[in-house]
Design a protein around this ligand. Structure first.
Ligand code: SF4
Length: 356
């Protein structure tokens, strides 16, 4: 390994070990490494991952409580205002259907269930509805973490979710502050930061991450990683753009599998304490390098995403085992593709069995 690269990686591993914030220049240097340096970068990030998370992989399972029909205009999102993406569109699932979907993910090995609803933010009635589902999941599955993701929160809503038994709340920053006006005009970056802080103030575990592949520069990737470091969420999903037809970013494909690994490594160095979660788009952009990514990230969403299908849950479990890693289990699992977007047509909101 070239001396400069070895020193860069040693410095980053050392900073992570001592919980120091890495400089923007060093994170930029990681994003600028070449393909012949990739395995050295991954190995260094894997050292950071192993020190805190060992070989465990936490599985999270998404339940889309309300799909599409959002009044917001986030450019990367298939549920946005004006989207003609061929996604499922439905309003709130009834509680039994939401519980069935959650149960399928838990039975397949998920130790976290993420209850998600499209929209700017919940009404008090929406929160009441979600609190009911949270309470039933936690009563039925002690030890399983429930995370809610309902958009921008108003005063008191995080506390209501906490009191119902929610463990966490997800609200992604998604992009750097300077990139934000280009990806959304109906709310702003400060709104997003305020909700993450509201969650933390209520004592909920904060989950906040980013999306890569939406046209951001390397500097903007570093900016959002350091902004997340300042916010200090407990978990950080890393999404890769799912370029749905019918959205402004349709067909966009700026990412290579190698660059996805560099982004994940930079995230690992910037956020050494956080659970780093492989999220939507991993099959499209990481493709056959997903197992390497698991040596950097410590978590993934099992099976399908909110509006796109993922690879089969059984393949996720086999991939984890093949990589020499172990699922963090609350309930032992009952069971053990693609370069194009497949709209979800199974699971929550359909009559078809979920992919779990
Ligand atoms: S990311 Fe959320 S707020 Fe933005 S358009 Fe999609 S569902 Fe709506």
């Amino acid at each position: 390994m070239p001396h400069d690269l070895a020193r860069l990686l040693d410095d980053l591993v050392s900073a992570a070990t001592h919980d120091e914030v890495p400089s923007a220049d060093r994170l930029l240097a990681v994003l600028g490494t070449g393909d012949d340096e990739l395995l050295d970068v991954v190995a260094a990030a894997a050292r950071v991952r192993r020190r805190r998370f060992g070989r465990r992989v936490k599985l999270a399972y998404l339940v889309n409580l309300k799909s599409g029909l959002c009044p917001e205009d986030c450019t990367y999102c298939s549920q946005r205002l004006g989207s003609s993406a061929e996604i499922l569109r439905y309003t709130w699932l009834q509680a039994p259907e939401a519980l069935d979907a959650a149960r399928a993910g838990i039975d397949a090995g998920a130790s976290r269930v993420c209850l998600v609803a499209s929209g700017r933010g919940p009404t008090e009635r929406d929160v009441t509805r979600v609190c009911g589902v949270v309470a039933r999941i936690t009563a039925e599955h002690p030890g399983v973490e429930v995370c809610a993701c309902l958009g921008l929160l108003s005063a008191g809503q995080a506390e209501r979710l906490r009191d119902a038994g929610a463990h966490a709340y997800n609200h992604n920053l998604n992009a750097s502050e300077d990139a934000y006006p280009d990806i959304c005009t109906t709310h702003d970056y400060a709104d997003r930061v305020a909700t993450v802080r509201r969650v933390q103030d209520a004592g909920l575990s904060a989950c906040s991450g980013l999306i890569a592949g939406a046209g951001e520069s390397p500097e903007q990737v570093v900016d959002v990683l350091l902004a997340l470091r300042t916010l200090d969420p407990d978990s950080v999903p890393v999404n890769f753009l799912v370029p749905f037809d019918g959205t402004p970013l349709a067909g966009r494909s700026d990412l290579t599998p190698q660059h996805c690994l560099r982004i994940l490594a930079a995230a690992r160095f910037a956020l050494p304490r956080a659970e780093l979660r492989l999220a939507a788009g991993r099959e499209i952009h990481l493709r056959t390098l997903q197992p390497l990514a698991l040596h950097v990230a410590s978590s993934l969403f099992l099976g399908d995403y909110l509006t796109a299908e993922g690879q089969d849950a059984a393949d996720d479990l086999a991939m984890i085992a093949d990589a020499g890693l172990e699922v963090e289990e609350v309930t032992p699992p009952t069971g053990a593709r693609t370069a194009h977007v497949v709209p979800r047509r199974r699971g929550a909101g359909t009559e078809v069995a979920p992919n779990a």
